[in-house]
Design a protein around this ligand. Structure first.
Ligand SMILES: Nc1ncnc2c1ncn2[C@@H]1O[C@H](COP(=O)(O)OP(=O)(O)OP(=O)(O)O)[C@@H](O)[C@H]1O
Ligand SMILES: [Mg+2]
Length: 278
């Protein structure tokens, strides 16, 4: 397969939490991410897998610049995030968005879904006209499979799956190129999981998106991801095309993750099917 041009490159990424001693918080250092390297090609779906506490969310948050790396580099379109001007940084903030595991807690309970999906456009968009923003929100609601009347609903009036759809709409409204999907379906029922993953696959084609898909097990990875990195205690222990990882896992941790999958055969079948199409 031809190597795709990288959109995101992560080199020697490290994050140490804490360590700042203060009267109230005696500093205890936690090395959440030790040494992480990977690259994600344009249009690719890259999986980041590992047990709870292995550092996946920390990596995602560093890519989004929600937290600063302790050391290491993040390159976006070949340029280090550190070297970007303020204006370029604002542009990047629009281009890179996140969908959380629990969109419920990421939404403000007192604001309507429509207002919150439109908030990004109101802050960062070029056209701040209310009518224009409302039309964009309605279009996006429809695109993620929510009826127009969801515009005026409050977060608690939505089911888990509907909230994830709204979370995806909010992430997409600024026309991003790269989405960090941090366990976007982990809290959902199996059938709803599949619906949301299929929606993400459709949207990826339509909007030419690149995905970093974070998950703590291999469930769905076979179906969804082109390549996968396995994270263990803050380090990437192997990176492989998905089909390779399933056929020939190199590391014991990966083998354990594989053996914990109940329906391995079914999943393998799906990988082969998907690859055969490509
Ligand atoms: N703000 C923080 N301050 C101190 N330690 C933290 C902080 N956030 C995370 N950690 C620690 O860093 C390590 C990695 O956490 P992280 O949330 O990145 O793991 P994860 O792989 O996303 O786990 P999960 O699958 O449970 O979401 C853990 O040991 C965690 O306790
Ligand atoms: Mg996490």
């Amino acid at each position: 397969m031809m190597e795709k041009e990288p959109l995101l490159e992560v080199e020697g990424l490290q994050k140490v939490y804490g360590g700042k001693k203060s009267f109230l918080m005696p500093g205890k250092k936690v090395t959440a991410v030790k040494d992480v390297n990977f690259h994600i090609g344009k249009g690719e779906t890259f999986g980041l897998i590992g047990e709870s506490g292995s550092g996946k969310t920390t990596v995602g948050r560093m890519i989004l610049r929600l937290i600063e790396p302790t050391s290491g580099k993040i390159l976006y379109n070949g340029r280090s995030l550190r070297d970007l001007s303020k204006k370029e940084m604002v542009k990047l903030r629009n281009e890179v968005q996140i969908v959380f595991q629990d969109s419920g807690s990421a939404f403000n309970p007192r604001q309507t879904i429509g207002e919150q999906i439109g908030a990004g456009l109101k802050r960062f968009g070029e056209n701040k006209d209310d009518g224009y923003i409302q039309a964009q929100v309605l279009h996006m609601l429809e695109r993620v499979g929510l009826r127009a009347d969801f515009y005026h609903r409050y977060p608690h009036e939505l089911s888990g799956g509907q909230r994830q759809r709204a979370g995806i709409a909010r992430a997409l409204i600024l026309k991003p190129k790269f989405l960090v999907l941090d366990e976007p379906v982990s809290a959902l029922d199996v059938s709803v999981k599949a619906q949301i993953i299929n929606l993400l696959i459709d949207l990826q084609k339509e909007f030419e998106l690149t995905y970093l898909f974070i998950a703590h097990n291999l469930d769905l990875v076979a179906y969804f991801c082109d390549r996968v990195a396995v994270l263990s205690k803050g380090e990437v222990i192997e990176t492989s095309p998905t089909i390779e990882l399933f056929r020939n896992p190199k590391h014991e941790t990966t083998k354990k993750l594989l053996s914990s999958m109940l329906t391995l055969d079914g999943h393998l079948g799906e990988v082969y099917q998907k690859r055969a199409i490509i």
